[in-house]
Design a protein around this ligand. Structure first.
Ligand code: PLP
Length: 437
């Protein structure tokens, strides 16, 4: 049987990203997906699932979009790839850079392309440090980020990631990286003072932390962060890899806080996963400084920076987001999802805090709402296995918490949300009866 054959080959030859090797060796793949349509995924056995995470927070326009496939095919047939190094360029890259510049807030106006989020954050870190080298302050090297942050797995991105397990994995604790607690901007100020402001290159943060548990910042946090960065002349990098292009109900997450960073990193939602694409949007000021002060070569660039097919896919994806008003839909359906969560919260005493910003959401599971104490055996891993059996794919966050996270495609309809909520209700009931009681 094909599934068995593939399972054995998978176990032997395919080292999965972010996986438990032990579990893969024991069980093989839980699902081998073959098709997608809208918010649904189908596996090779014909099981259909709601993709409650937009796969990896990225398939925002939903699966099976023929017109994106057409755009990719057309571009690939014409010119799949040509260099963007030095003075070479191509039309999709130029058009996508201008399009993104027109969408970005404030004076964020120039785009550097990559193939994903990790490369984007490494690029932002390197551009920030290079900027200070050019400005005659090469000692400004330190990157400050937040303890619950996730910025990716390239070397710079790994070191900027606050979730310590990612750094511990290779004992990567590079100098020049510091972490501040999530809660208060005061902690950022104190850290800058301690380190010496003249040594700090940039502060990096997600508008809403994704992998850290969908943590939404307090209302004034980023305003204060912006003020502190301005006061000490530190660059502010927003990692909008998850939040960019509409996920939170605004085009960019920082727009909820009325704050314009100096750089925005993006990936995922720019192409909805139809091609590997990411990048950094930099402010006009930084760009002008780079142009004025640079003498030699920008010693940074990926072969695939400005990939013609990826950029053509990005353009079509953004066209869909605009044409179908998906940013507005994310805002509206995010409210409806929160209402649904609150109904469940009223019904099940082991649901702790719930939250959404657009179609990015979390439900915390707790033994006690009063103390926030967690169950001895965490519930969320069992919970998401049970929702999967019922046709809903979700994800957990279990670093010092027991949280289920949600990021359904931005095309989500009320009927589809109701279906998700029905499966959640049924699963909560199952967990209450079989595990909690
Ligand atoms: N930044 C954030 C906020 C992310 O959530 C991710 C991936 O989940 C990344 C960066 C890394 O992106 P990639 O996996 O495309 O390298």
């Amino acid at each position: 049987q094909l599934k068995e054959t593939l399972k054995v080959l998978d176990q032997k030859h395919f080292l999965h990203p972010t996986s438990s090797i032990e579990q893969q060796q024991a069980d093989g793949p839980a699902a081998i997906f073959t098709e997608g349509e809208g918010i649904y995924l189908k596996d090779m056995e014909g099981n259909v699932y709601i993709d409650g995470m937009s796969s990896l927070w990225n398939v925002n326009v939903g699966h099976g979009r023929e017109e994106i496939a057409e755009a990719a095919k057309e571009q690939m047939g014409k010119l799949a790839f040509s260099s963007c190094f030095a003075t070479f360029s191509n039309e999709p890259a130029i058009r996508l850079a201008s399009k993104i510049a027109s969408m970005a807030p404030g004076n964020l106006n120039t785009v550097f392309f990559t193939s994903g989020g990790s490369e984007s954050n490494d690029t932002a870190i390197k551009l920030a440090r290079h900027y200070w080298v050019l400005k005659g302050q090469p000692q400004r090297q330190t990157i400050i980020s937040r303890t619950q942050s996730y910025h990716g797995v390239a070397m710079g991105a790994t070191n900027a990631t606050g979730l310590k397990a990612f750094r511990d994995f290779t004992n990567s604790h590079a100098p020049g990286f510091h972490y501040v607690y999530n809660q208060s901007a005061r902690n950022l100020r104190d850290t800058i003072e301690q380190l010496g402001p003249e040594t700090v290159a940039a502060f990096m943060s997600e508008p809403v932390q994704g992998a850290g548990g969908v943590n939404i910042a307090q209302e004034n946090y980023f305003k204060e962060v912006r003020e502190i960065c301005d006061e000490y002349g530190i660059l502010f990098i927003a990692d909008e890899v998850i939040t960019g292009f509409g996920r939170t109900g605004k085009l960019f997450g920082m727009q909820h806080y009325d704050v314009v960073p100096d750089m925005i990193t993006f990936a995922k939602g720019v192409s909805s996963g139809y091609a590997q694409l990411g990048g950094v949007i930099i402010s006009e000021n930084i760009h002008l400084d780079l142009c004025e002060l640079s003498k030699g070569t920008l010693m940074h660039g990926y072969t695939y920076s400005g990939h013609a097919v990826a950029c053509a896919v990005g353009l079509k994806n953004i066209e869909i987001i605009e044409r179908e008003n998906l940013v507005e839909n994310a805002a509206k359906m995010g409210e409806a999802m929160l209402e649904g969560f609150r109904v469940l919260q009223d019904k099940y005493s082991f649901i702790g805090r719930v939250r959404t910003l657009g179609l990015l959401g979390a439900i915390e599971l707790v033994k006690s709402r009063e103390t926030g104490e967690l169950f001895d055996t965490l519930l969320s891993p069992i919970f998401v296995q049970e929702t999967m059996k019922r046709g809903l794919i979700l994800r957990t966050v279990t670093y010092e918490q027991d949280t289920i996270v949600f990021a359904p495609p931005l095309i989500l309809s009320q009927a589809e949300l109701n279906e998700m909520l029905r499966i959640l209700d049924e699963t909560f009931e199952f967990v209450r009866k079989n595990i909690v009681e």
